[in-house]
Ligand binder design. Structure first.
Ligand code: PEP
Ligand code: MN
Length: 351
């Protein structure tokens, strides 16, 4: 049985798609020869956004994966998107499964996959859904767990967004941290390939995952990436993968060094004192907002004053560079403050 936590980092690598028996076996043999890849991945059924693209070889590719395992000893993993996929894959003894982002978004599909996989000991990894909905991600895991599937894990592959961005799928790391908080026992892997959509940022994203205590990565590697039938831009050669893995730093979760502990304790003391100060100031700010609530009530003026609020936000955002605080952070902070002020003023209006 594959124990996903037996090694950290665990490296899952292989082509986006199994295209031909030669491409699959050659890629697998090169990856195995690196000595750095623990599990071989390849897509056999490919959910494509638009029709007309390469949708995977399907069942004829399954024996290629069996051959990969026979020749290299690497366990093999594929994506399953419906019960038929599962039945075929189980018949070939595929070692591990993942549920793709498009499928996680669909509870009916997840349910039928869970039932088809009922009781399997093979690991089943659940990719985050396309949209940033942690409930949907968590829900998919629950459906599998309810079918007595115990060897579960998560894959963070980023979230689709609107407009242009540095990423193909925005990482939104806080979503990964949230699911880790909800399902602390489950190992979580980062898929930098589908986050980046290119080769240039793979190391940066993988390093961020390593620094956020991920259990490993699932990354696309192809013997001839430029000629790949799917996701050509983001795949790397097995040689480039080795280079990336050698550059990645998996830092320790802690350190016994006395000097490290002393500096850490000192800085944590500073943070606790600053948190107290911030809370005291926030409380005073709310008192002032309540004062405004009282005079609004006396003068029969409504609570929400959008023009004033826009001024508050603009004034603060104008200082973001000088303060070294990102606009994203300031927007979230101000939003939270605004909600609490309005709640306080509402309460006063009701008195
Ligand atoms: C894949 O892993 O090849 C894949 C299709 O990924 P995702 O479901 O993350 O788009
Ligand atoms: Mn892919």
């Amino acid at each position: 049985m594959i124990d996903l936590k037996s090694k950290k980092p665990l490296i899952i690598a292989g082509p986006c798609s199994a295209e031909t028996s030669e491409q699959t076996l050659q890629t697998a043999e090169k990856l195995a020869a690196t000595g750095k890849v623990d599990i071989f991945r390849a897509g056999v059924w490919k959910p494509r956004t638009k029709p007309g693209g390469f949708e995977g070889v399907g069942i004829p590719a399954l024996p290629w994966l069996v051959e990969v395992r026979r020749r290299t000893g690497m366990p093999v993993a594929i994506e399953v998107a419906n019960a038929k996929h599962v039945e075929s894959a189980l018949a070939f003894g595929i070692d591990m499964y993942w549920i793709g982002a498009r499928t996680t978004s669909n509870p009916f599909s997840v349910q039928e996959i869970a039932e088809a996989l009922r009781g399997t000991e093979a690991p089943v990894l659940v990719k985050n859904p396309m949209n940033a909905d942690v409930e949907l991600w968590n829900g998919a895991v629950e459906r599998l767990a309810k079918c007595n599937i115990k060897n579960l894990g998560l894959i963070h592959r980023g979230f689709s967004g609107y407009g242009s961005s540095k990423y193909r799928n925005t990482p939104m790391w806080h979503m990964a941290l949230e699911i880790k908080k909800r399902l602390p026992e489950l190992p979580i892997f980062c898929d930098p390939s589908h986050i980046c959509g290119n080769r240039e940022n793979l190391l940066e994203v993988s390093q961020q995952a390593a620094d956020l205590n991920f259990n490993g990565i699932m990354i696309e590697s192809h013997i001839n990436p430029d000629a790949a039938w799917s996701d050509a831009k983001q795949q790397v050669t097995p040689e480039a993968l080795v280079e990336l893995l050698n550059s990645l730093i998996w830092r320790a979760e802690g350190s016994d060094s006395v000097a490290y502990q002393a500096s850490l304790d000192e800085l944590r003391g500073v943070i606790d004192r600053l948190d107290d100060e911030i809370l005291r100031l926030l409380s005073k700010r709310m008192e002032a907002a309540e004062g405004i609530g009282r005079i609004k009530r006396e003068n029969n003026v409504m609570i929400l004053q959008s023009t004033r609020w826009n001024q508050v936000v603009q004034r603060v955002l104008a200082r973001s560079a000088e303060l070294g605080l990102s606009e994203d952070f300031l927007n979230i902070l101000l939003e939270a403050i605004h909600i609490e002020s309005i709640n306080k003023q509402n309460h006063i209006m009701q008195q």
